[in-house]
Design a protein around this ligand. Sequence first.
Ligand code: FAD
Ligand code: DHB
Length: 389
Amino acid sequence: MKTQVAIIGGGPSGLLLSQLLNKAGVETVILERSTRDHVLSRIRAGILEWGAVDLLREAGVGDRMATEGIPHDGCYLTDEDLMVHIDFRELTGKQVMVYGQTEVTTDLYAAQDKMGTQILHGVENVSIHDLDQSQSYVTFRHEGEEKRLDCLFVAGCDGFHGVSRKTIPEEKRSEFERVYPFGWLGILSHTPPVHDELIYSNSRHGFALASMRNENLVRYYVQVPLTDTVDDWSDDRFWHEFSRRIPSEAASRLVTGPSIEKSIAPLRSFVSEPLRWGNLFLVGDAAHIVPPTGAKGLNLAASDVFYLHQALIDAVKGGSTTGVEEYSARALQRIWKAMRFSWQMTTMLHRFDGEDSFAEQMRKSTLRHLADSETARRDLAENYIGLPY
Ligand code: FAD
Ligand code: DHB
């Protein structure tokens, strides 16, 4: 097989990159380890920055998002004493969009099918070769056969556990990591949201987040110890814990119901530099992970795709390599700013086991500062709605 850009991974990064490249006349083949149903059933991100919304529109997948997505003008940050409203629209003139990752990937698969892009599911033993030559190739096993895909460039869009990052020699990679001592237990439930905007709540029982997918589908989270498993959390236990962690006024309006999905995600900050090795480019979770507080994971994947699609179009269609040479440095500047924001939001809103009373005072005074200073709120809002590409 032969293509211009081989894309490893058919999650949001790989699909969006492929769609934007195909629209510009650049050929791609996507190699995905899982089935399409599996990719589409992974409940993950829920909030899109406006830059990501614009990029999805540019990719030609904005129609359903325009009717089913819910623009949000603000969110709340609370502890037991204060409830601070961050008014994105007033502070920045912009909004975010509530539109789940499952919907984004559904729309992208439909658009790629229309485009006639080859997406191979169930590929195994993906291995990337000759990255330092003018042409590279990828070998893999598919439907019981060993196959080879020749290409000019390889996009590593295969998530944190993929092969792409590990293909870069260890001595050429710098890795930066912080693992947090807790996870998030998330549930989906067909119930009306407890509030019309998101609530990030730091209570004495730990963090909780009230989010949503639509007017009758909620996504709620609670901070849990890393040792907990989903089996430790009956629906009743979840609702009890969630309702005592959100402000009492919101809890009084809480409607409970059966969960239709329940999962635990560990929290981690991670960056691997550089994002380029010869003809290979890392994109999204393959290169970096943020803790979910602040909803930056999927949005960072989108900004990587923004930089890389332009660079690859210039290289393939225009013969200019400036963009591919600058991709890593350009993307990393924005990645590190989102790393800082997600780390700060995580530190401000969670309880850490064994922390001292000083740490609690720091959290309280950060929230107090946000309540009292419009400048502080504007800074948070600018980061939340998404820094410019
Ligand atoms: P992925 O979505 O991981 O996609 C990578 C794809 O590559 C997968 O389909 C995988 O099957 C495939 N793949 C892996 N290895 C191979 C291989 N060897 N060969 C071929 N294919 C391979 N972000 C938020 O903003 N908000 C959230 O609430 C949130 N919750 C999350 C919860 C969990 C449990 C996780 C893991 C992430 C969460 N994120 C969240 C982050 C967000 O979902 C990711 O940033 C986003 O999915 C990144 O997209 P991606 O395409 O780069 O990677
Ligand atoms: C969601 C997840 C987040 O991490 C976040 O900060 C906001 C919303 C969600 O899944 O809806």
